[in-house]
Design a protein. Structure first.
Length: 328
């Protein structure tokens, strides 16, 4: 049996993101599940609603997440996504839906491969290659970025404060920069807690590597569909990877107190899913920016559960350039 998250007739599924009502300048927004519910058009073609990531530009993390949902709509529900590799080809239009056309490249005994081409205005805006597999009982071990440390309860997992011990940055953002906050469609659909080591934004750290740690979860309760939780991680991680590469010049959007100085545009995005997880429970994104060259920045990340289980790894390359100053 194949599966696809279908939008109910006459509306969108998913709750309104909590914490929005009463926020200065912010109207309630549909929950993330609403945007990850695609309309099946037939012949392995799906359509999803869009929202902005920056003024006039579709949020790439949503397009990537929807493309994975579309690919998963053509495989049996017992087969779970384990990797995806995507290219952002053109700037998307946040005011128009995106159409996803899936090609069934291979359906094997254990692995299925799919390619997805996302279209708007009869032009390609994004391409995805994704792989799904039947879960196996096999050897299981891990060594994360802090492998070898013994000062934490979970060897390999970064040792940082828990989400309950970190402030919610969104109320301050909404109060101090309400116009900027209203346009932060992706961040407003997530619960986020940031921990920044050192003093980012004051120049390249001595190691030459920028770094941030972000606890995140989707507000409310999501259905028990592993494809939905995987797609929610694709959506959330895209808020962190490229900005980490630019932290030598400015803080991430929820933490800075000025208009953006850096132009960011995602070029490609890869994510590997190692183990099952729930995106409506706190997950830790550990993200680093090891390289900035040729107008491009590289962000790499690991995703951990609170119990110290490494569930995913990701890499993204993005355009990183100073914003052009407007003439007086």
């Amino acid at each position: 049996m194949s599966r696809a998250r279908l939008r109910p007739p006459g509306g969108q599924e998913g709750a309104v993101a909590p914490g929005e009502e009463g926020t200065p300048g912010a109207a309630p927004v549909p929950g993330l599940a609403a945007y990850l519910s695609l309309e099946a058009l037939g012949a392995d073609t799906f359509r999803g609603d869009c929202h902005a990531g920056a003024p006039g530009r579709a949020y790439g993390g949503l397009v990537a997440a929807q493309a994975l949902v579309a690919a998963g709509g053509t495989v049996e529900a017992s087969r779970l996504p384990h990797s995806m590799h995507g290219y952002f080809v053109r700037q998307g239009d946040p005011e128009q839906p995106v159409e996803y056309r899936v090609e069934r490249v291979r359906s094997g005994r254990i692995y299925d491969n799919r390619t997805v081409v996302a279209h708007q205005h009869d032009r390609t805006v994004y391409t995805l290659s994704a792989s799904f597999k039947v879960p196996e009982n096999a050897e299981d071990s891990q060594a994360g970025e802090s492998a070898g440390t013994t000062d934490g309860p979970h060897p390999g997992m970064p040792v940082i404060p828990g989400p309950e011990d970190l402030p919610d940055p969104l109320p301050v953002w909404a109060a101090e920069r309400p116009r900027d906050f209203v346009m932060a469609h992706a961040h407003r659909r997530l619960d986020l807690r940031y921990h920044l080591p050192g003093e980012p934004g004051e120049g390249v750290p001595p190691t030459g590597v920028t770094r941030q740690y972000i606890w995140f979860k989707v507000p409310g309760k999501l259905p028990d569909d592993p494809l939905l939780h995987a797609s929610a991680l694709v959506y959330a991680a895209d808020t962190a990877l490229a900005p980490t590469a630019a932290m030598h010049r400015e803080l991430p959007a929820p933490l800075r107190r000025h208009t953006p100085r850096i132009h960011l545009a995602s070029l490609d995005y890869a994510l590997w899913l190692h183990r099952p997880f729930r995106a409506d429970e706190w997950l830790l994104l550990s993200v680093r920016g090891p390289l900035l060259a040729d107008g491009r920045g590289l962000g790499t990340g690991e995703c951990w559960t609170r119990e110290g289980v490494l569930v995913a790894s990701s890499v993204q390359e993005a355009v990183v350039r100073p914003r052009r100053r407007r003439s007086a």
